[in-house]
Design a protein around this ligand. Structure first.
Ligand SMILES: C[S@@+](CC[C@H](N)C(=O)[O-])C[C@H]1O[C@@H](n2cnc3c(N)ncnc32)[C@H](O)[C@@H]1O
Length: 251
């Protein structure tokens, strides 16, 4: 998964009180960036690393990601899979709109926090939380979901296509695959601990997946507004995402 995380919210910025309704990921504080810099990159995608990070404090805003909102608002609710759900912002947003959601993450600490947030939001019955490692031989049930979404879970490039193929296989006929990832323009190189090569563009993700004629694919690298660093001291800035949307033909 991704070094998704130059984008942590500052501790006092949790629950999205920074005025961006759907803003979810911003550049992190210097302290949080240091956690990445001080950790061997081979450990960035493991349960131990993420549990440590989630134990320190809540990380994300609790809001749904903008790309999910853009994609799912018009969809009829059905069965959704949210992989790498973190603290549950996307899964809870979906459940509140009538979706039956399976939400997975490698971090039990994150899953417990997400469960609690789902209970507080009154949607716990609509979400099944599952502990699983996307880099293992875990694979979600084939063809079983009307929406499969993954937000900012970016494994090493060599593993990315294999991971994405598992997610595509989990989409039901007529269903939608949404992959939202960080883009090197905003998240790689420079002051970040991340190599620009770690980040694929949407076109590169689409080329890797090579979904074929049964799918309608849209691959874009749009920008969105964010506050960097998050919180009252931050300044509005523009960040770029890599967004792959693919709709599977109905049978
Ligand atoms: C940047 S966070 C994004 C969380 C959530 N999708 C969101 O947008 O708020 C990346 C998430 O991926 C999870 N993750 C990291 N490695 C993973 C792995 N190997 N398998 C499954 N999830 C993983 C982390 O625990 C973390 O919750």
């Amino acid at each position: 998964m991704a070094p998704a995380h130059p984008h942590d919210h500052a501790p006092d910025d949790h629950h999205g009180d920074h005025g961006h309704d759907h803003e979810h990921h911003d550049h992190g504080s210097a302290e949080q960036m240091a956690a990445w810099r001080d950790t061997d990159p081979s450990l960035w995608f493991t349960e131990a690393f993420w549990d440590d990070r989630y134990r320190e404090r809540p990380i994300w805003s609790g809001n749904a990601n903008q790309r999910l909102v853009e994609t799912a608002t018009e969809l009829a609710p059905g069965r959704a899979l949210d992989v790498g759900c973190g603290e549950g912002g996307d899964a809870i947003w979906l459940a509140a709109r009538g979706w039956q959601v399976t939400a997975t993450d490698v971090s039990p600490v994150a899953l417990e926090r997400a469960r609690e947030a789902a209970r507080a939001a009154g949607v716990a019955d609509a979400i099944t939380f599952e502990h699983s490692d996307g880099r293992s031989d875990w694979a979600p049930p084939a063809g079983a979901h009307d929406l499969v979404t993954v937000s900012f879970v970016q494994f090493p490039r060599a593993e990315l296509t294999g991971f994405h193929r598992k997610l595509a296989a989990a989409v039901a006929p007529g269903g939608t695959l949404l992959i939202t990832a960080h883009h090197a323009d905003s998240h790689g190189g420079g002051e970040t601990p991340f190599s620009a090569e770690l980040f694929a563009t949407a076109a590169e993700m689409a080329a890797g997946l090579d979904l074929g004629p049964d799918w309608q694919v849209s691959a874009t690298d749009p920008t969105r507004e964010a506050v960097v660093p998050p919180g009252p001291g931050g300044r509005p800035t523009t960040v770029r995402d890599a967004v792959l949307r693919a709709v599977r033909a109905p049978v």
